[in-house]
Structure formats: structure tokens, C-alpha cells
Design a protein around this ligand. Structure first.
Ligand SMILES: *[C@@H]1O[C@H](CO)[C@@H](O)[C@H](O)[C@H]1NC(C)=O
Ligand SMILES: *[C@@H]1O[C@H](CO)[C@@H](O)[C@H](O)[C@H]1NC(C)=O
Length: 278
């Protein structure tokens, strides 16, 4: 994709800061999420090559699931790298389409993430996906996966971008063009992506709804902690608000709760965000 480094180059830039699959597995704690739609888990669909779907195990009749696209750290093709975090987000009533397969090897690309959008757009509302509402989609990712998410910005089907422990590695001018709501979850000054994320946040034009939080945990975040740790808590409120349209979840970001959880917070124009409850 023009304007973005190849997945391989990106994996080299941010990749060395993500733990090896073995390490991740050792650190990874299990959990099935704490959201209103827990328990959540993951599955694959043979018609969706190279991806993994995280969702509530049972969806109550009448409930619709909005969609989150996710790219892993290092653009890793192991979709279980941040499984506790993704299960937590799914338990809030979201269909997560993660790039990569369980324990998969190699790298993913921004184009693979776009393929997830194509796939769910053609299935939402019918068959096995009758309870999916793909009229609201957020693209997000950790580290190199965040760069894959940035690349979805130009896709009119994508409403908002979530940058997790990441920031642009090249062609920084893109940040000055961003108009869709942008959320940054960074790991504080010891996060290798901290300077890039801070720079992007500052470059976003006046008027764009944006939020940035720093939790001083470094580049590894808390994705592999039980239910995704504090990143999972913030992520739960984020999808409640931006995908499910639960406006009261916004106070986590604008009031004292994120701060009480240890996040250093900056934001502007968040009052412009209006999401119809799903
Ligand atoms: C840089 O990004 C902008 C906006 O995404 C794009 O229009 C431009 O083509 C990119 N430049 C290069 C050299 O890739
Ligand atoms: C909406 O968010 C609030 C605050 O996070 C939460 O207490 C409430 O349960 C949520 N409502 C629904 C329907 O999920």
C-alpha cells in the first residue's frame, strides 16, 4: 500500500520489541472476558483465510455485534498473541476480526486487514453472521498492527482508528489529514512507540475528536494479562462507547476513571462523537 512500509519492514521496526510466541504463551493468562456478553472466545471460519474471529460465545437474541479489526504486534500472524485482550473486547459485545491464525507464523499486511472488512461486509446480517452489524467498524492494532490500522483510515467503511502502543513510522504527514475519531493507548515514555504516537496525536488537525492515554507499562502493554489487564479495561469502555454507542462509557475517558486507573490523559473534541446505540 502506497505510503506505508511493507509488513516485513514494519515487523523489523517494531517487531523486535514484541516477545517471541513462546514467551507470550508463558506470560499469557486465560480468561473469558468480563464484559456484559462474557464468556467470549475465538474461532475461525474457512471462508475467511488468514484471520481469527473473537466473539461472545452466545449472543442474546436481538443483540447485534459491531466490528473491530485488529492487527498484532510485530504484524505477527499469530492471532493469539494478545488473545486475553481481544477476548475481553469481544466480551463487551463485539465481533473482532484479528489478522492471523492461532499460533500462526509469519507476517500479516494491511491488505489482509482490509480483506476482513470485505468479508464481513458481504456476510453481516445473514446466515452465521445474522447478528453482526458491519455498518460500524473500527480498525485498530498493537505496534506494527497499529500501522496496518492506520492504512484502513482511507477506507470509507471504517469509522475510527485505535492506535495501541504505536505511531507512524514513516510519512508522518498522514496524521495532519486525520478527521475520523482517533484514539491512542500508549505505554508511557519507555514505550518505543511513545514519541511516534505523541507526535501523531499532536499533528492531528484541530476539530478532530481525539483521545490519548499513557499507562507507564512500556511497549508490551498489558495485552497478555488476564482479560487484557488495564488495556483490556480501557478497551472495554472504548468499544462500549464507539462501537456499541453506550454514551455513558465515555466518562471513563473524559472523567476521572481512566486517570484513577493510572492513565495520563489528553483529549479534545470528544463531544462531537455521537454513536447510535446498537
Ligand atoms: C504520504 O501520505 C499521504 C497521505 O496518506 C499520501 O497522500 C502520500 O501519497 C504519501 N506520500 C508518500 C511518499 O507515500
Ligand atoms: C453502559 O456503560 C456504563 C458505564 O460504563 C455501564 O455501567 C453500563 O452497564 C453500560 N450499559 C450497557 C447497556 O452496556
Amino acid at each position: 500500500m502506497k505510503g506505508f512500509l511493507s509488513a516485513l519492514a514494519l515487523a523489523t521496526c517494531y517487531g523486535k520489541f514484541s516477545a517471541s510466541p513462546l514467551l507470550i504463551e508463558e506470560r499469557q493468562s486465560t480468561g473469558t472476558g468480563t464484559g456484559s456478553y462474557a464468556p467470549a472466545g475465538y474461532t475461525q471460519d474457512p471462508t475467511l483465510t488468514g484471520h481469527t474471529i473473537f466473539a461472545p460465545k452466545k449472543v442474546p437474541a436481538g443483540t447485534k455485534l459491531p466490528v473491530l479489526l485488529w492487527g498484532e504486534g510485530g504484524c505477527s500472524a499469530d492471532s493469539l498473541q494478545s488473545a486475553p485482550f481481544l477476548i475481553q473486547l469481544a466480551s463487551h459485545g463485539v465481533l473482532v476480526i484479528a489478522s492471523g491464525t492461532p499460533k500462526g507464523s509469519g507476517s500479516t499486511t494491511a491488505a489482509l486487514m482490509t480483506a476482513g472488512t470485505d468479508w464481513i461486509k458481504s456476510r453481516a446480517g445473514t446466515g452465521n453472521y445474522a447478528n453482526v452489524d458491519a455498518s460500524r467498524i473500527i480498525a485498530a492494532g498493537w505496534s506494527c498492527g497499529g500501522i496496518e490500522a492506520y492504512a484502513q483510515y482511507w477506507d470509507s467503511r471504517v469509522d475510527s482508528i485505535g492506535i495501541w502502543s504505536s505511531g507512524l513510522l514513516t510519512n508522518y504527514t498522514m496524521a495532519s489529514l486525520l478527521k475520523k475519531p482517533m484514539f491512542y493507548f500508549l505505554g508511557g515514555s519507555s514505550d518505543i512507540a511513545y514519541a511516534n504516537g505523541e507526535r501523531d496525536y499532536k499533528a492531528i488537525p484541530a476539530g478532530t475528536p481525539k483521545w490519548k492515554g499513557n499507562l507507564p507499562v512500556g511497549h508490551g502493554g498489558t495485552y497478555t494479562q488476564t482479560n487484557g489487564g488495564k488495556f483490556g479495561i480501557a478497551g472495554g469502555y472504548w468499544v462500549d462507547w464507539l462501537l456499541r454507542g453506550n454514551a455513558s462509557a465515555s466518562s471513563y475517558f473524559t472523567g476521572s476513571r481512566a486517570k484513577n486507573d493510572g492513565w495520563s490523559v489528553e483529549f479534545s473534541n470528544l463531544d462531537k462523537i455521537a454513536v447510535t446505540p446498537i
